[in-house]
Design a protein around this ligand. Structure first.
Ligand code: APR
Ligand code: PHB
Length: 438
């Protein structure tokens, strides 16, 4: 049997980034991936990065190409009723987002893991997780024609919504929350210049549409479709016609059609599992939560989980202190639920849910209100660029986003209440475990 400190299941962005960061701290880890390398880097996913995501990729030493090729977007537009208004992210929040495809991030991370001499093991079969409720978890798997067994201190379940990590936890120990939307997104990638230099989200009586991009020469477009839609029913011409019919005329005129280089249908779902930790197994990214893509939050949430787990594991191995590990689930879930709420709201206001005329009128009224209200625009913008890290100090909870309030609350906090770091950690121990290093 071999040994590592952290066994990471899944080589999506979560598993790869965690591996890269842990390595930078000298924490031994292995990444086990079910699919082939080609399959993993061939997946086309979203590509809007919050500043916190950019910062962590830079900290991990994988931000070089992103800094060079990523597009900084200071705003985006929302179209409805044949007009569009702009959300000036920079003016409303002082922040921007970076457009850089998840596919490119995955490639950068795989290259970095290989350069560091610790590439993921691809095409690993029959992974099973054992004894993670005890002190010494074990991971069994099949690779390179034989069975393997690894003993580890911790398991990071980074294996996405369909992975085995979450399914390995006794179902009575988890609570799941799920909503499946009655439609999907049909997306295409094409080597044509984008319709606009910023993203355009469009509400239309025929359904939602989105104009996005990967570079000044590569566009990514989506139209809302039925959840049981078949790709064969959507030759390129039909896609372009449908897209153009759902955009305000001024934007529709600027769409350049061309042959698709990728076309796929994705379902829309909100999903959260609580807690995100069971014994020494930590669920990270899509393994623990899914959001509909409308708010561009999926990858950013996964990176936030990675940041929390990386910091907690680093502190654990460096100082022996495990508060961060005990608080992992609570800390992540506060951010997750806010992103689930925002993604649900943005999905609800932009998509066609039924033929009921009042439903569309209500959406138009909400968008008209949004376009004319600084407060509503600021709320949308601060969610879109990414909310700040949640604080865990209960007396400051209400002041998360307001420095002035934070200062006031800090003044009001009696000095004798200042240090009680482990109250929450005790409530969270689930099930009781000892935190020892091997
Ligand atoms: N064993 C090993 N690997 C597995 C298993 C398994 N049983 N099941 C799934 N995997 C792998 C998948 O093949 C995939 O490469 O785990 C990886 C999970 O990657 P993602 O699904 O991309 O999830 P994550 O890394 O959390 O990425 C964050 O946010 O919303 C999204 O699009 C976004 O995919 C992105 C995600
Ligand atoms: C994308 O470019 O793929 C994209 C952009 C914004 C979203 C979702 C997807 O909200």
């Amino acid at each position: 049997m071999s040994r590592t400190q952290v066994a990471i299941i899944g080589a999506g962005p979560s598993g790869l980034l965690l591996s890269q960061l842990l390595d930078s701290q000298g924490i031994d880890n292995i990444v086990l991936e079910r699919q082939s390398r080609e399959h993993v880097i061939g997946r086309i996913r979203a590509g809007v990065l919050e500043q916190g995501t950019v910062d962590l990729l830079l900290e991990a030493g994988v931000g070089g190409r992103m800094q060079h090729e990523g597009l900084i977007h200071d705003g985006f537009s929302i179209g409805f009723e044949d007009r569009a208004f702009r959300i000036d992210l920079r003016a409303l929040t002082g922040k921007a987002v970076t457009v850089y495809g998840q596919t490119e991030i995955t490639k950068d991370l795989i290259d970095a893991r290989a350069a560091a001499g610790n590439p993921p093991a691809f095409e690993v079969g029959d992974i099973s997780l054992h004894d993670f409720e005890l002190d010494r978890p074990i991971v069994r798997y099949f690779h390179g024609g034989r069975s393997h067994e690894i003993a580890c201190d911790f398991i990071a379940g980074c294996d996405g919504y369909h992975g085995i990590s979450r399914k390995s936890v006794p179902s009575a120990a988890l609570r799941t929350f799920e909503r499946t939307y009655p439609f999907g997104w049909l997306g295409i990638l094409a080597d044509v210049p984008p319709a606009s230099h910023e993203l355009v989200y469009s509400n239309h009586a025929r359904g939602f549409a989105l104009c996005s991009m990967r570079s000044p020469r590569r566009s990514r477009y989506y139209v809302q479709c039925a959840s049981d839609e078949k790709l064969e029913a959507w030759p390129d011409e039909r896609f372009w016609d449908e897209l153009v019919s759902r955009l305000p005329a001024d934007i529709a005129r600027t769409v350049v059609a061309g042959p698709s280089i990728e076309k796929s249908i994705a379902p829309l779902r909100s999903f959260v599992v609580e807690p995100m930790q069971f014994g020494k197994l930590f669920l990270v990214g899509d393994a623990a939560h899914i959001v509909p893509p409308t708010g561009a939050k999926g990858l950013n949430l996964a990176v936030s989980d990675v940041r929390a787990l990386y910091r907690a594991l680093s502190a654990h191995y460096r100082t022996g202190r495990s508060e961060g590990l005990h608080r992992y689930s609570e800390q992540c879930l506060r951010r997750v639920w806010k992103a689930v709420r925002f993604s649900w709201w943005f999905t609800s206001v932009m998509h066609k849910f039924s033929d009921e005329p009042i439903a569309h009128r209500l959406q138009l009224a909400e968008l008209d209100y949004l376009a004319g209200s600084h407060a509503a625009l600021a709320s949308l913008a601060e969610n879109y660029v990414g909310l700040p890290e949640p604080r865990l100090c209960p007396t400051l909870m209400a002041a998360d986003h307001h420095p002035a309030l934070t200062r006031r609350a800090a003044k009001l906090t009696p000095t004798r209440r200042v240090r009680r770091p482990d109250r929450n950690a005790d409530r969270l121990s689930h099930p009781p475990i000892r935190w020892e290093t091997g």
